[in-house]
Design a protein around this ligand. Structure first.
Ligand SMILES: Nc1nc2c(ncn2[C@@H]2O[C@H](COP(=O)(O)OP(=O)(O)O)[C@@H](O)[C@H]2O)c(=O)[nH]1
Ligand SMILES: Nc1ncnc2c1ncn2[C@@H]1O[C@H](COP(=O)(O)OP(=O)(O)O)[C@@H](O)[C@H]1O
Length: 207
């Protein structure tokens, strides 16, 4: 990938760690220049959610037809529903030079890693398992049985954090937001080192 193309940024981590919360903080910040890729899902639209803003809400049949047409960078089944990242928006937006941000669960992130190894992978981790459990309980969206299942899944997923470029511990939302922004900034600087701007400088230095 060359530097005139945007970066693909993937934020992932276990359920309840705060991915959605940190993502909202990132996009509420007017300094954030990346574009958010709105996912498609077959889960029911919740009160207050807007189609085309929070998600593109699709039927199972529509989603499966899009899978057949290869319209997703990645998709996964999560708690009985499909979630997926539409490929066209991501490709077009990166071609225009914008960074594109995905907030997805761990299985989807694994698929992105296989297709786009040059993407930037950030794992959001909880300070500890007790706080993860407290967040799942505090969110009030799941039964204790589902929470226990999510904690078991989280233990398996936390073992995958070393496959990511960076791990951010979500202790404080604003701090996690800043860290994600800094990681993106540093990744751009690293990419520029090998790109034309600095090549010219190095030629000058060595002549
Ligand atoms: N693989 C994948 N996961 C997604 C996508 N969009 C959202 N998710 C994840 O799906 C999970 C469930 O999201 P959601 O139904 O909004 O519930 P909530 O975040 O638990 O309130 C979260 O872990 C999201 O990060 C996507 O396009 N692909
Ligand atoms: N740094 C944090 N400290 C305390 N609570 C948090 C923090 N980040 C998120 N939460 C809370 O944890 C719960 C789960 O967060 P959410 O963003 O829904 O997680 P995810 O999208 O990873 O499933 C929410 O109730 C949220 O308000």
């Amino acid at each position: 990938m060359t530097s005139d193309k945007g970066l693909l940024i993937v934020l992932s981590g276990p359920s309840g760690v705060g991915k959605g919360t940190v993502r909202k903080a990132i996009f509420d910040d007017p300094d954030t220049a990346f574009k958010y890729s709105i996912s498609m899902t077959t889960r029911r639209q919740r009160e207050g959610e807007v189609d085309g803003v929070d998600y593109f809400f699709k039927t199972k049949e529509e989603f499966e037809s899009l899978i057949e047409q290869d319209k997703f960078i990645e998709y996964a089944e999560y708690v009985g529903n499909y979630y997926g990242t539409p490929i066209d928006y991501v490709k077009e937006t990166m071609e225009k030079g914008y960074d594109v941000f995905l907030e997805i669960e761990v299985e989807g992130a694994k698929q992105v890693r296989e297709k786009f190894p040059e993407a930037l992978f950030i794992f959001l981790a909880p300070p500890d398992l007790t706080q993860l459990e407290e967040r799942l309980i505090g969110r009030g969206t799941d039964s204790m049985e589902v929470i226990r299942h999510r904690i078991r899944e989280a233990k398996r997923e936390l073992n995958l954090m070393n496959l990511y470029d960076y791990v951010v511990i979500n202790e404080d939302v604003q701090q996690a937001k800043r860290r994600v922004q800094c990681i993106v900034e540093a990744s751009h600087m690293k990419r520029e080192r090998v790109e034309s701007k600095l090549r010219k400088l190095l030629l000058e230095v060595n002549n």
